[in-house]
Write a protein that binds this ligand. Structure first.
Ligand SMILES: Cc1ncc(COP(=O)(O)O)c(C=O)c1O
Length: 394
């Protein structure tokens, strides 16, 4: 065996033994509430396409037209030849949608987080990070080489404690700190406490950055995100993705003009990569406009989440009301979570089991995510099936 074979074999063996070995699921129809998996009609309770926009005729037509107008690729980085009219229009619309002065787009939300954090912070700075933050935030922190203090999930008192701890390590140097958090936590579906975070940031002269990947199009009366939900001010830096509720691809940062000018000049994941295809930018912009003019779709999603959580509770499951589109049903043991998910799939319902390392060991769960187009009948059927299967393998 070569050293490569040995090294990879050891890793894969360990993954199999701990039930964390990953394989791809092959879906043969477009993303929608119903898909075909290996030829079997399946109810999808697993998508990030929360508003179910990926397969709407008029939005597909608009993207197809953008391909005809702008071709298949951008041909260059944004700062060379890649910047086309759809990129400009998208950034202007994001700023308007989020109620900010300006916005910048990246090719993915992952790249937005990595590029923004590593542009804002360097090795002399402090970052205060929620323990359940997304991997792209963690990778951005690592790349920045800043000193990172992790605080307990959504625990404001613990955040204050780590800020004090950081300040105590200072000599004469001025304090520069960034508080960073998911807006909606991707595996738990709960919200960051934006009003309290704003207060702590102000009191301690820190910057505040929130990642609205799962909040955009979902949280707040019209899907504008956390500031709309709480009726409070915006964070200094708002990151988001165009790949979930917006059903296209790309990431963004919205904020003050000077912040955006700074990122355009400093964020390496913006500068050293080819611009997204103009048709993708056009699709993201069209879809975002559609969300802006269809607030009833956001309301329908929120009504579905409420109905589903109540249905699960009626079935005797320990589930909290969710303020987002993500409903975690914690099962605990990795193998058991896999078994529940597999049995559900045999019954034509897809809810993936989420396991270590995505969540902590022993915290394996079914991660249900809802769409605006699920019917109450479908949600009730799913809730009953989940409860029956969990009870049958207890
Ligand atoms: C909280 C969070 N931030 C960022 C991302 C990355 O976004 P994208 O898929 O656009 O790279 C994800 C998920 O993919 C996420 O869940």
């Amino acid at each position: 065996m070569s050293s490569l074979d040995l090294f990879t074999d050891e890793f894969l063996q360990a993954a199999r033994e701990t039930h964390t070995y990953r394989t791809l699921r092959h879906i043969t129809t477009p993303e929608a509430a119903h898909v075909k998996i290996d030829g079997t009609e399946t109810l999808l309770l697993a998508s990030n396409s929360y508003l179910d926009l990926a397969n709407i005729g008029e939005l597909k037509q608009a993207m197809a037209q953008a391909v005809l107008d702008w071709g298949t690729g951008s041909g260059g980085a944004r700062l060379t030849t890649g910047n086309k009219t759809p990129h400009q229009e998208l950034e202007e619309f994001i700023a308007k949608f989020k109620g900010e002065e300006s916005a910048i787009t990246f090719n993915t939300g992952y790249m937005a987080n990595v590029g923004t954090i590593s542009a804002l912070c360097g090795k002399n700075d402090f970052i205060f990070s929620d323990e359940l933050n997304h991997a792209s935030i963690i990778d951005g922190i690592r790349l920045s080489r800043a000193k990172c203090f992790v605080y307990k999930h959504n625990d404001i008192a613990d955040l204050e404690r780590v800020i004090k701890e950081a300040a105590a390590t200072l000599d004469a140097r001025p304090f520069r700190g960034l508080i960073v958090t998911d807006a909606v936590f991707s595996m738990d579906g709960d919200l960051a406490n934006l009003p309290e975070l704003l207060r702590i940031a102000k009191e301690n002269d820190c910057l505040l950055m929130i990642d609205e990947a799962h909040a955009t199009g979902v949280v707040g009366k019209t899907g504008r995100g956390l500031a709309e939900h709480y009726g409070c001010a915006h964070a200094d830096v708002t990151v988001g993705t165009l790949s979930k509720a917006v059903a296209a691809e790309g990431g963004f940062v919205a904020g003050r003009q000077q912040l955006i000018d700074f990122l355009r000049n400093k964020a390496r994941s913006f500068i050293f990569t080819t611009a997204m295809a103009p048709a993708v930018a056009a699709a993201a912009c069209n879809n975002l406009r559609y969300i802006g003019s269809h607030p009833e779709r956001v309301r329908q999603l929120q009504d579905n989440v409420k109905f589903f959580c109540e249905a699960l509770q009626r079935e005797g499951l320990d589930v909290q009301p969710s303020p987002s589109a993500i409903v975690p049903i914690v099962v605990g043991d990795e193998a058991r979570a896999l078994q529940v998910s597999a049995t559900l799939q045999e019954r034509g319902i897809l809810i993936p089991a989420i396991r270590y390392p995505t969540v902590a060991r022993g915290q394996a769960r079914l991660r249900a995510s809802l769409m605006a187009t699920h019917t109450q009948e479908e949600l009730q059927t799913a809730a009953t099936a989940i409860s029956q299967i969990i009870k049958s393998i207890d």
